[in-house]
Design a protein around this ligand. Structure first.
Ligand code: M6R
Length: 613
């Protein structure tokens, strides 16, 4: 979703800002803009489309010296909410005087009433955005102290924001603040970088400060002064990012998605490392912060998330019930707080989020906390809002996931959920030997995924036969049902093929009416309990002329013979098999999208981190 970069330091702010925006491109956006202070005057360049277009525009419109002499500025990638992705709607926005510039992530919910009031005072607006209203409001509040003006304006705002503000009247500082939209400040050597995402900071420094909600900071080249909105100083620790800048590069792969699919043996090994205890037959997940007694007394596990993270939760649901004998259910995060969920202190709520910033999941976490549940998170991004607000949980250690389509985060989420289920299971029903056996299954996961990746070329060939259809169905049952949902999501988001995931038994209750000769049905028919019934459902599809691509277990000749094409998955525990099975579908979706010439890493209309409800 929208991205913010602010820079104040030694030189060449325009180049630094545009490069910073490039590192945020993966988040998904549809226009971009940059404002720098040049000769104590704010100059702005904006462009619809990609950062490359913005860079071209700035270089065409600005004299070359501007690139070498500016030392302070703010920049933005916008994912349109209020008004289409046009140049005029792109950020930064100016106040009425033209001397205060603002970039903003989030939504100002009461912007209409604020705008009406400002129009009454003679303000003139050019864009359709809520952000321009906030820029004018800050300018209107500015009586000679920018920091105070931003505080005063933010007190009048309802909604969410991560902002950076630049004023020609107070050069040498940027004011930044957050409520519900992340801001991280990188502390460099004589330079400070503000960003909505550490990816824009990585190349400059590893030392960062994460703002909390309602923090506001005065940032200079060599200082960061953080206060609350009542001007009371607050202390925030400096954290180490611990991320390698190279991890955010493509490393020779054509797309980040392909790179991230190939990284999975390593990311899974990182997620598992040091977390299996073969002596106790359990897992070591210290971040859960739970005693064996608390785990034994749990009444229910509630898994919440959105999109791919929701699908990981669905696999977790099977794992917790099967391995840990505990009632488990999955709830869509966006719905959670609006349905007044029934929760208590014996309920463990697990919020699953790669980014740790998804607005719906964050709101669900807050609701679960209100209701006194035991809340923990399963995030990838260290220091993200959900990770910090839950205060306990398990990090995925998948490394930066840049492609909008989530791949390695999903498989790491599943493997961590399996380890959580093992831990609970060991406290409730598993013998030591059973625990050790399952721990051995988990230990094998990186190697199993490595074997899937070695089938890349074969899967690319198979994809040729499916890339020219406009509809596809994915079916599975048991833990392969969420795999079918995830396979369909991957295909639709990157190839724009209309794809639906169904429980294999559900097709005949309606969707089968859509099958005609050649309609692709991707059947996850691994050799797990219920496979025979899935094979029966496949026959029903074949009888209607569907073309079947099967995901089958190695050596399962009976299943392979039911398919027009098939990809094999190594034989392993049914819950573990979800991971190699989904890797097959990730590669399939990737190659279909590549053949169709789609823009794989940044699909249209999508954002990596969805920070609006
Ligand atoms: O960062 P999160 O895991 O909370 O994100 C949730 C979804 O927005 C995300 O999984 C989305 O569905 C991806 N585009 C799927 O590939």
């Amino acid at each position: 979703m929208c991205g913010i970069v602010g820079y104040i330091g030694k030189a060449d702010a325009a180049t630094m800002l545009i490069n910073g925006l490039r590192r945020l491109e993966y988040r998904g956006y549809d226009s971009a803009g940059v404002a720098v202070l040049d000769d104590d005057r704010i100059v702005i360049a904006k462009a619809p489309g990609k950062v490359a277009a913005l860079s071209e525009r700035a270089r065409a419109e600005w004299p070359a010296e501007r690139f070498s002499r500016t030392t302070i500025g703010i920049a933005h990638t916008r994912w349109a909410t209020h008004g289409p992705p046009t140049e005029v709607n792109a950020h930064p926005h100016l106040d009425q005087s033209g001397e205060v510039a603002l970039v903003h992530n989030g939504i100002i919910e009461n912007y209409r009433s604020l705008r009406a009031r400002l129009v009454g005072k003679g303000h003139h607006f050019y864009s359709e955005t809520d952000t321009e209203v906030l820029a004018h409001l800050i300018g209107d509040c500015d009586k000679g102290n920018l920091f105070q003006a931003v505080c005063d304006a933010l007190h009048q705002v309802e909604g969410t924001f991560g902002i950076a503000v630049l004023s020609a009247r107070e050069p040498g500082k940027i004011i930044t603040a957050r409520r519900g939209s992340p801001i991280v400040i990188g502390i460099g050597d004589g330079e400070t970088i503000i960003a909505s995402d550490a990816a824009a900071i990585l190349a400059h420094t590893q030392r960062v400060i994460y703002l909390d909600d309602n923090d506001i900071a005065i940032v200079t080249a060599d200082s960061v002064d953080i206060r609350d909105l009542h001007n009371i100083p607050v202390t925030r620790e400096i954290a180490e990012l611990g991320l390698d800048a190279a991890a955010a590069e493509k490393g020779g792969f054509e797309h980040f998605m392909l790179k991230e699919i190939h990284e999975q043996p390593d990311s899974l090994a990182n997620a598992i490392r040091g977390r299996l205890d073969f002596n106790l037959g359990s897992s070591v997940l210290a971040g859960m912060g739970t005693s064996p007694r608390e785990l034994a007394e749990l009444g229910r596990v509630v898994l919440i998330g959105c999109g791919t993270s929701l699908h990981a939760g669905l696999v977790g649901e099977y794992a917790f019930e099967d391995l840990a004998d505990v009632h488990a259910e999955v709830q869509q995060a966006a719905e959670f707080r609006y349905r007044n969920p029934i929760l208590g202190s014996r309920d463990l709520v697990v919020a699953i989020s790669q980014s740790g910033e998804t607005a719906d999941t964050l709101a669900a976490v807050r609701e679960a906390n209100q209701k006194g549940a035991f809340v923990m998170s399963l995030c990838n991004v260290v220091g993200s809002t959900i990770a910090r607000e839950t205060g306990r949980g398990v990090y995925l250690h998948a490394g930066p996931e840049i492609s909008v389509a989530s791949t390695k985060a999903f498989t790491c989420q599943v493997v961590v959920l399996l380890m959580m289920a093992l831990k609970l299971g060991r406290g409730r029903r598993f013998s030591r030997e059973e625990g050790i056996r399952f721990a051995r299954e988990i230990e094998m996961v990186p190697a199993l995924v490595g074997r899937m990746i070695r089938q890349n070329a074969r899967i690319a060939d198979i994809a040729e036969g499916y890339a020219h259809n406009e509809h596809a169905f994915f079916i599975g049952r048991g833990p392969m049902y969420p795999v079918a949902l995830e396979g369909a999501l991957k295909l639709k988001e990157i190839s724009y093929i209309h794809a639906e995931g169904y429980h294999a038994a559900e097709l005949k209750h309606g969707p089968i009416a859509l099958l005609v000769k050649g309609t692709p049905v991707i059947a996850i028919a691994c050799d797990i309990p219920g496979k025979d019934k899935t094979l029966g459902n496949i026959e029903e599809c074949r009888a209607r002329g569907a073309r079947i691509l099967g995901i089958v277990t190695e050596g399962d000749q009976e299943a392979a013979e039911c398919m027009d094409d098939f990809i094999t998955v190594p034989r392993c525990h049914p819950l573990v098999a979800t991971i190699p099975a989904v890797v097959a579908l990730q590669l399939f979706a990737y190659h279909v999208a590549r053949i169709r010439g789609c823009e794989i890493d940044q699909p249209r209309n999508l954002a990596k981190s969805v920070t609006v409800e």
